[in-house]
Structures are given as structure tokens and as C-alpha cells.
Ligand binder design. Structure first.
Ligand code: MG
Length: 455
């Protein structure tokens, strides 16, 4: 069962990897970690098993003395917002994010709505050693049911008090039958947009499309956007912490390009600032952000690490290649509904088409390759790669794995947190250069693997 505890959350197939019993024990472990005191907000996505998981988890949590507040099915940014707004000591969100419908799990949040990092390992340790600190029968926590409507309304009021459209825009929102459907269309309409929805009805079997938003699952969205001449389309995942955009021509837009378009507007408003991007983001981020008075800081992959970097650097915007966006002027955690609304607001002010703004930013060839590598040796292999690259005199950025930085491109090698793989990402200004870098990376991997096996 060890593998259900991942770097940033707990996830597995329900009634195979995780049961109601395990959910209760995870609740007990979380409550023990929190010291058996305080108030925790618990929310969930629309998965078929989310309510069972929520009830079992909350029972385990309350049995340690924690008061549990259930706010039902709302998007994760809404739950994070409510956790921070009402000064809860922590939050928990029942979801398996964009995984297929048979999965479920939980994500722990700090009182400010940001995700757990190293604390996940501590909860995991308590779960496996079974040393739960349970309350005496008279000291157990309460379980209080809150109105999801009230939670949604507070979130909506906050966003609309700060963001409106200058003129009406047509937008298409594809909630993928996930949690975004309960709020995103209403906020957009109230902000002044003309909204067409796809898969807006929450349904934990995800009948409309795969929960992971990508070019394949958003083909319907792309068709609708171009056929009704909308300004853009937004496709969300199950818990609504990710969004992939489609421009007015029906093209899926690279995450970094949308990030740049929003970030440079914020930089203009603020007169500069720090923008956070993970190590996998394109070099166009540095190129474009520096033109607008911004400074880019790179962070390791994982939305929870981005939150930490935002707080550390006082950043004004952040983006991740996995389609997470952060707008810290509102709060330090990622919110795809907020950034979609900000994008609509920018387009309504500027009167330019999204496709024009997208095409003004250069595109460089990029390539990903996974090298299968046994979990027991992948970190040794990685060390040998780093050693060899250093000996050859390459400039390395060691933020996450090893990133070879060259004048006209870069290559990143990074051991996967979740699979027996070493992942390679390569980008350069020409296709030939990408292929050259690929050959370099392949050679380094094979040599390191051979050496590790020989040792
Ligand atoms: Mg997600």
C-alpha cells in the first residue's frame, strides 16, 4: 500500500488500493499529525466514491479530537479559498485529480490553502506505524455540515469584486463533468461573458471526456470555440486545479504562452516582479518576461513547491507545464477559474484576439522522452549522469534533476516521483539542435546505466 502515498497526495483505485477503512485510517493519521486539535475544512470532487471516502476520512479525523467541517462538492480552489478565508487550521480535499474515475484519494492543505510537501511523508509515517492518538470518547471532534452554496457564493463575490469584463466576450467552458461546472459558468456570466458550456454537469463517471485536459480530450471544445467564434475555450480537470486553453482558432495553446500573456499584463499593472516557472517550462518564459520588466525564478516540478516559492520570492505570477497557474495577488495557491477570468478580462480590455497574442510569442521545438529505469537504481543512475555532465564542463541547473543550460536550448533529466522512469525534456531553437541534445541525453543515460549495473 506504500505506493498510494505519493509526493503531493494520496491516490489509488477505490476498493483495490484504497478502501473506506484505509480512508478512516488516513483521517486518523492526519488528525494525529495535527495534534488532535483545531478545525479542518473537508471538501470533495464529484467522483462516485468521493462521498464514501469523505465520510470515512472525516470520521477518522474527528475521532482524534479535530472538529470537521464538510462543505461538500466544490472545486479545490474554492475549498482552499474557504480554508484560508475562515482561518481553518488545515484543509483536506477528496479527489484523484485528473485520474480515471475508478481512482480516489486525498490532498492535504495548510491553513492558507497551499498544499502539503514534506508533511505528506509525516502523515504517511503515522499511517504505517499505526500510532494514532485517538481522543477519549467525550473529547472527539464534531462533524458539521456547511452549505456548499454559501462557500461558492463567498468565492464568487470575492472574484467578482476584483475582476470584470470591459465588454462582452463569448467563452466556452468545458468542465469535463468535474467540479468546475458548479461555479465557473455562473461567475463568467456575472462578470459579463456570454458563456457556452460543455460537460458542465458534475458526473463522477466522467461520461463527456477524459478528466485530463489535453489536445485529444478537448477536441469537442476546440470545435465549438471555432464554430461559434468564441474568444477562447477553457477545459478543466476533475478537481478543477488545472486548465488548458483553446484559442479563437480552435488551437490548444501551450501553457507557457497563456502564462506569459497573463503575467506580462500583471507585470505592467505592478511595474515589475518575480514570475515563477517550473524547470520544464520553455525558455520563452525568460525571453518574454524579461522584456516586460519581470524576473523569472525556476522551481522543481509539483504545484506545492510553486506555492512555497511564491511565498519565498513574493512572486506576482506562477505557471507550471502541467497547466497550473497561480495569481498570488488573490491568494498563493493555484486557481484555474481565477486565471481564466483574468484572461477574459485582459482580452476584453485589449480588444486583441488570443490567437494574435499567441502567435506573437515564438515557438521552439520541444521533445519529451522517458527512459525506463528501475526504482532501486534510478537515483544512482541520475547521480552518475550529473557527475559525467559536470566532468564534461556543462553548465548545470540542479533545481530538480539536472538541467543542461546552453545558449540555444536546454535538456532536463529528472527521476520521476511516481514511476520507474527518468524523464528527459529538451528544447532548442532548431529541430537539428533538439536531435543533437537528444543524442547527448541518450548517451549519458546509457553510460550511467551501464556503470551503475557494473558497480
Ligand atoms: Mg487536478
Amino acid at each position: 500500500m506504500e505506493y498510494i502515498f505519493r509526493a503531493y497526495d494520496v491516490r489509488g483505485v477505490f476498493n483495490v488500493d484504497v478502501t473506506a477503512e484505509a480512508a478512516a485510517r488516513i483521517g486518523m493519521a492526519f488528525g494525529t499529525f495535527l495534534g488532535g486539535e483545531g478545525r479542518v475544512l473537508v471538501a470533495r470532487d464529484p467522483r462516485v466514491t468521493s462521498e464514501i471516502f469523505e465520510r470515512a476520512f472525516s470520521s477518522g479525523l474527528a475521532s482524534t479530537g479535530i472538529d470537521v467541517y464538510l462543505t461538500g462538492m466544490v472545486p479545490i480552489p474554492v475549498a482552499n479559498f474557504a480554508t484560508a478565508r475562515h482561518s481553518y487550521d488545515a484543509g483536506a480535499y477528496i479527489t484523484a485529480s485528473h485520474n480515471p474515475p475508478e481512482y480516489n484519494g486525498v490532498r492535504f492543505r495548510h491553513g492558507d490553502g497551499t498544499g502539503y510537501t514534506k508533511e505528506n511523508a509525516e502523515v504517511k509515517e503515522i499511517f504505517f506505524n499505526g500510532e494514532f492518538k485517538l481522543a477519549k470518547w467525550g473529547d472527539v471532534g464534531e462533524i458539521v455540515e456547511l452549505s456548499p452554496r454559501q462557500t461558492l457564493r463567498e468565492y464568487e463575490d470575492y472574484l467578482l469584486s476584483r475582476l470584470k469584463l470591459e465588454r462582452e466576450l463569448k467563452v466556452v467552458l468545458d468542465a469535463g463533468n468535474g467540479a468546475a461546472g458548479v461555479i465557473a459558468p455562473y461567475i463568467f456570466r456575472k462578470a459579463g461573458a456570454k458563456v457556452t458550456t460543455l460537460n458542465a454537469q458534475p458526473d463522477g463517471t466522467f461520461p463527456g471526456r477524459k478528466s485530463e485536459p489535453n489536445a485529444e480530450s478537448l477536441a469537442d471544445l476546440a470545435r465549438v470555440v471555432s464554430s461559434i467564434d468564441a474568444a477562447f475555450g477553457a477545459g478543466y480537470d476533475g478537481d478543477a486545479d488545472r486548465v488548458v486553453f483553446v484559442d479563437d482558432l480552435g488551437r490548444v495553446v501551450q501553457t507557457e504562452k497563456v502564462g506569459i500573456i497573463i503575467a506580462r499584463e500583471i507585470l505592467r499593472e505592478k511595474g515589475g516582479g518575480v514570475v515563477i516557472a517550473n524547470v520544464e517550462c520553455s525558455q520563452i518564459v525568460e525571453e518574454e518576461i524579461s522584456k516586460h520588466g519581470g524576473e523569472v525564478r525556476r522551481v522543481r516540478v509539483g504545484d506545492v513547491f510553486v506555492c512555497e516559492a511564491i511565498k519565498q520570492h513574493g512572486a506576482v505570477f506562477a505557471m507550471e507545464t502541467s497547466a497550473h497557474y497561480f495569481y498570488p495577488d488573490f491568494y498563493p495557491f493555484d486557481d484555474p477559474i481565477l486565471v481564466s477570468l483574468k484572461l477574459a478580462s485582459i482580452l476584453s480590455q485589449r480588444g486583441e484576439k488570443l490567437s494574435q497574442l499567441v502567435d506573437e510569442i515564438p515557438s521552439y521545438p520541444k521533445l519529451h522522452k522517458n527512459f525506463p529505469c528501475d526504482d532501486r537504481i534510478k537515483f544512482q543512475v541520475m547521480e552518475k549522469i550529473i557527475q559525467s555532465l559536470k566532468e564534461k564542463g556543462y553548465t548545470l541547473d540542479m533545481t530538480d534533476g539536472a538541467r543542461v543550460v546552453l545558449e540555444d536550448g536546454w535538456a532536463l533529466l529528472r527521476p520521476s516521483n511516481t514511476s520507474p522512469l527518468i524523464r528527459a525534456s529538451i528544447e532548442a531553437t532548431s529541430e537539428e539542435r533538439v536531435q543533437e541534445l537528444l543524442r547527448l541525453v541518450e548517451r549519458e543515460f546509457e553510460e550511467a546505466l551501464r556503470k551503475t549495473k557494473r558497480d
